[in-house]
Design a protein around this ligand. Structure first.
Ligand SMILES: Cc1cc2nc3c(=O)[nH]c(=O)nc-3n(C[C@H](O)[C@H](O)[C@H](O)COP(=O)(O)OP(=O)(O)OC[C@H]3O[C@@H](n4cnc5c(N)ncnc54)[C@H](O)[C@@H]3O)c2cc1C
Length: 492
């Protein structure tokens, strides 16, 4: 009887040799930060209970694996959560959310860990890490992919392409499917097939009260609407179901690179070309530098149809100037998706500012090209292509409001030495100041959210804000999930 009681406590599942267990046995409570930023203390017994309930694991600062688990893509954020719940499935997420709510803890949710503004890791709170939830199931007959929230784009692309299928996602293969989809999801095939969130068929979500709910066109349709552009505001998504489309494994794509001396004419020609291109054409433009420091304009392409049709559709890009590199060629789609992986490697320090453009005004081209050579070498300015199928969805049909946006212009800087932080951020701001007068609204996934006031975030949801606030009040009335482009719950 005594033995049964001991096993039933769940503590038996723990390794006796682990230091945190000894600490918990020793009855040490854990200092932490509450949802509202107060200092609180988590009782050792509650932590031991949570640890025993998780199929994944609970990591405290002294545990092996804690440091790796708290790191995210943007090395500028060196935050230390009090605890990390390393979830293995929806049940772990439910237990962890119940724990967070019971103790009124500050909560960060990590999917693929690419949060530009560092919001998937928090100082002193609870990090709900979904990194270990990496399952992907492709149903080639139904053309549906079921995807767990720790999956990265490259993993999904690879699985789907094995069946000659694809769902549109982002442009860098180590980005997470979860955060990208919930905020929108622009990528090489989005002009043809829509945003990642437009291809979402259903999702499972753990709401703030710990219950698991389903969202689709027929189940909780308001939640389903809100998840497509409303970010991580409503709970933790534990499963995504995406529509898949047939797409050949090899597409015409890759970069054409022009020297800065030709960038003014080439960027003006690009604006004309991309602004009038058919949906099969994806072309973004980036003012950046080659590894030897040479400033250049890169036009990066992908044609979502036959190679022959692509050759015709992309031919005029070569006439934007005299390219110093012409690497537009038949390329496996999964390789195109990896082409920026190294340039945007994990762990470096990054600072980004971004906004949506409807046109690329010649005056913007002139000002940017003139300034670019004088900016520190770390600065990049990217015009990411949008429009096409994305803009044929009504702004109120999903929570993603910025349907008429034609480009997402991103100013990014990257560096390694912490001593260079101020200089790089200042350079990023200087470059963005040229762009800012032309932008209308911003992409919640690309923005440095710490720099936006609540009024600016509210305004960015446009005519969808009131409906989002209502859904928020149903699924997260106490705003437990607020480390995001936050929607405040509607008052009753
Ligand atoms: C190198 C790089 C390239 C990018 N390229 C593109 C691109 O081509 N197209 C594009 O649209 N975007 C792009 N982005 C932006 C990208 O969409 C966001 O960074 C997105 O948040 C990444 O999702 P994640 O799951 O990796 O991030 P995480 O850091 O894990 O999460 C970011 C936020 O999403 C929410 N979240 C994550 N998972 C869940 C979940 N399961 N349930 C509820 N909320 C959750 C949380 O609020 C979290 O703070 C890029 C970002 C980077 C760093």
């Amino acid at each position: 009887m005594r033995r049964r009681t001991f096993l039933g406590s769940g503590v038996a599942a723990l390794s006796l040799s682990s230091f945190p267990l000894r600490r918990l046995y020793a009855g040490e409570d854990l200092p932490a930060v509450s949802r509202t930023g107060r200092g609180i203390s988590l009782p050792a017994s509650a932590l031991a209970d949570l640890r025993a309930q998780l199929r994944g694991g609970l990591l405290l600062a002294s545990d092996a694996g804690y440091d790796a688990a708290r790191r995210i893509w943007n090395g500028a954020f060196d935050r230390k959560p009090a605890l990390i719940a390393s979830c293995a499935g929806a049940a772990d997420v439910m237990r962890t959310v119940e724990f967070a709510r019971a103790h009124d803890l500050l909560v960060a949710v990590r999917g693929g860990g690419h949060s530009i503004s560092g919001q998937s890791v928090c100082e002193g709170g609870l990090m709900i890490s979904l990194e270990g939830m990496r399952g992907i199931r492709i149903d080639p007959e139904a053309r549906v992919a079921r995807v767990e929230p720790g999956v990265l784009l490259g993993e999904l692309d690879r699985e789907a392409q094995s069946f000659g299928l694809v769902t549109p996602a982002g442009t860098v293969s180590h980005t997470g499917v979860a955060g990208l989809t919930l905020g929108g999801g622009f990528g090489r095939l989005a002009r043809k097939f829509g945003l990642a969130c437009d291809n979402l068929l259903a999702a499972d979500l753990v709401a703030a009260d710990g219950r698991l709910v389903q969202a689709s066109a027929s189940e909780n349709p308001d939640l389903f609407w809100a998840l497509r552009g409303g970010g991580g505001n409503f709970g933790v998504v534990t499963s995504f179901e995406f529509r898949l489309h047939p797409s050949p494994p090899v597409l015409l794509g890759g970069p054409a690179i022009f020297p800065l001396a030709q960038a003014r004419d080439a960027l003006r020609a690009y604006a004309d070309f991309a602004g009038n291109a058919p949906d099969d054409v994806y072309a973004d433009a980036a003012l950046t530098r080659l590894p030897d420091g040479q400033p250049v304009l890169v036009i990066d392409t992908c044609y979502a149809g036959s190679i022959e049709a692509g050759e015709k559709a992309l031919a005029s890009i070569r006439k934007f100037g005299k390219p110093i590199v012409d690497a537009i060629a038949p390329t496996p789609y999964v390789k195109l998706q990896q082409s920026a992986d190294v340039q945007l490697a994990r762990g470096r320090r990054y600072y980004l500012k971004a906004g949506f453009l409807r046109t690329i005004d010649p005056s913007l081209v002139d000002a940017l090209v003139e300034e670019f050579a004088g900016l520190p070498p770390a600065v990049m300015v990217i015009f990411a292509d949008a429009g096409g199928a994305i803009s044929r969805v009504a702004p109120t049909a999903t929570a993603f409001w910025h349907r008429p946006a034609r480009w997402n212009v991103v100013v990014a800087t990257a560096w390694d030495n912490p001593a260079d932080t101020e200089a790089n951020m200042a350079a990023g701001r200087r470059a963005y100041a040229i762009v800012e007068p032309h932008v209308k609204g911003f992409y919640v996934n690309d923005m440095n959210l710490g720099e936006q006031s609540q009024a600016q975030v509210d305004g960015n949801y446009g005519g969808n804000l009131a409906r989002l606030a209502k859904v928020k009040s149903q699924y997260d009335p106490s705003n437990l999930f607020h480390l995001n482009a936050n929607v405040q719950p509607a008052r009753a």
